[in-house]
Design a protein around this ligand. Structure first.
Ligand code: HEC
Length: 157
């Protein structure tokens, strides 16, 4: 009887893709990157293709500016970000960094340590780091790249 309960508990932990939540693996990191929305902003072509990940572009950043009262920011090249970090260094960084909008850094702080370790392994598995994205600009400076203005509409009185 007890065996049945243990099996039920184990299968409840497994995700539909068969990856266990506590497991530290590249496969788990790949799943976390999708379900936590990291590709949404950090992988070129991801949204436009309805969620296809181009292995060449995965998490390499997107040179599209996000402009608002904070200036203009660019979703960073995560391969480049982690290239000089070891796994423990990444966990420490991921639990404490802050960033300007629209980066939801607080979501990364909330990830279980095992998921951060998996995310690190996944990012490291993606291959050559490539180039960093353009530097963020302060308010008032016009970007040389395409950019999106994040501003509320002017409402009728
Ligand atoms: C809505 C878009 C968006 C989403 C979703 C998003 N990011 Fe970001 N991310 C950004 C932007 C824009 C920046 C640059 C912010 C800045 O310049 O301060 C950034 C920066 C970062 C940085 C660099 C911080 C630094 O100090 O150098 C890391 C690491 C990062 N993101 C990780 C992630 C992870 C992991 C996920 C998935 C959980 C994620 N991002 C999801 C837009 C996003």
């Amino acid at each position: 009887m007890r065996h049945i309960f243990v099996l039920a508990a184990l299968s409840a932990l497994a995700s539909p893709s068969g990856v266990f939540a506590q497991e530290v693996s590249v496969a788990r990191g790949a799943l976390v990157a999708v379900t936590s929305g990291c590709h949404d902003c950090h992988t070129a072509g991801y949204n436009e293709s309805g969620g296809k990940i181009d292995p060449e572009a995965a998490l390499k950043g997107v040179p599209l500016g996000w402009q608002g009262p904070w200036g203009t920011t660019y979703a960073a090249n995560l391969r480049d970000e982690v290239k000089d970090m070891d796994e423990d260094g990444f966990v420490k960084f991921a639990k404490s960094f802050t960033a300007k909008p629209p980066m939801p850094f607080y979501n990364v702080h909330a990830m279980p340590e095992s998921d951060l370790r998996s995310l690190y392994l996944y990012i490291k598995s993606l291959g050559a780091p490539g180039d960093p994205m353009p530097e963020a600009l302060p308010p008032g400076e016009t970007p040389k790249t395409p950019y999106i203005v994040m501003a509320p509409p002017i409402m009728p009185q």
